[in-house]
Design a protein around this ligand. Structure first.
Ligand code: GDP
Ligand code: MG
Length: 216
């Protein structure tokens, strides 16, 4: 299974504590929702596979932060080795919305000289009654940052798959257009074919050749 992907994209989750980052990942990768989810401790990894176009399989590797959200500062390498990220706020928590610009500033400053493909997510869309940020405000902020906007709910499973697939497709398009480059010293995007070759060099494991080779 491991050798069957063509690309690996590393994706980070950004946004204040309790906005629902871990819940979004749990819903997308395991299709579950837990009301009393444990606070993330250390860094949690989640994996999901996605066929970004027929014959091109991508391994999405998600990094989930460990409560450093409080300080709105995560380690530099966390940002630098990412191909994409979701900036998440909670539509029922105005202050998480007000933090979005800071998160964007933070990631933009740390990611240099690489680029990271971002998307803004207004989460907990099931809490319509408690909404304190309108959809229009979310859309306006996203537009001002040059990002797409989507509203999701891990609880009702609304738009969760769509958000991750839209982000993954945007990363893939950025790779195709040359906006993102594969580099040996960068872990944001990895090439599956190269990995298969490495395995072949060290041990005689049967590896299935990708149907479509990637540019590395
Ligand atoms: P994180 O700190 O950003 O990782 O947030 P968590 O995923 O730990 O979620 C914080 C709280 O919000 C938990 O009690 C979740 O059950 C709740 N939560 C997460 N997603 C949703 C959602 O879509 N709707 C509702 N109503 N609650 C959610
Ligand atoms: Mg968490």
């Amino acid at each position: 299974m491991e050798s069957l992907w063509h690309y690996q994209f590393r994706i980070i989750m950004l946004g204040d504590s309790t906005v629902g980052k871990s819940s979004l990942l749990k819903r997308y990768t395991e299709d579950v929702f837990i009301s009393f989810i444990n606070q993330t401790v250390g860094v949690d990894f989640y994996v999901q596979f996605f066929e970004v176009e027929p014959g091109v399989k991508v391994k999405l590797q998600f990094w989930d932060t460990a409560g450093q959200e409080r300080f709105r500062s995560v380690t530099r390498s966390y940002y630098r080795n990412s191909a994409g990220g979701l900036i998440v706020f909670d539509i029922s928590n105005r202050s998480s919305f007000e933090s979005v610009r800071e998160w964007h500033k933070e990631v933009s400053a740390h990611v240099q000289p690489h680029k990271v493909i971002l998307m803004l997510v207004g989460h907990k869309s099931d809490l319509e009654e408690e909404r304190t940020v309108t959809r229009e405000e979310g859309e306006k902020l996203a537009a001002s940052l040059g990002l797409p906007y989507i509203e999701t709910s891990a609880k009702t499973n609304s738009n969760v798959v769509e958000a991750f697939q839209q982000l993954s497709s945007a990363i893939y398009q950025a790779l195709q257009s040359g906006e993102l480059h594969l580099r040996k010293d960068w872990d944001g995007v990895k090439c599956g074919a190269a990995r298969a070759q490495e395995l072949n060099d060290t041990q005689p494991v049967p590896v299935e050749e990708p149907t479509k080779s990637c540019a590395c």
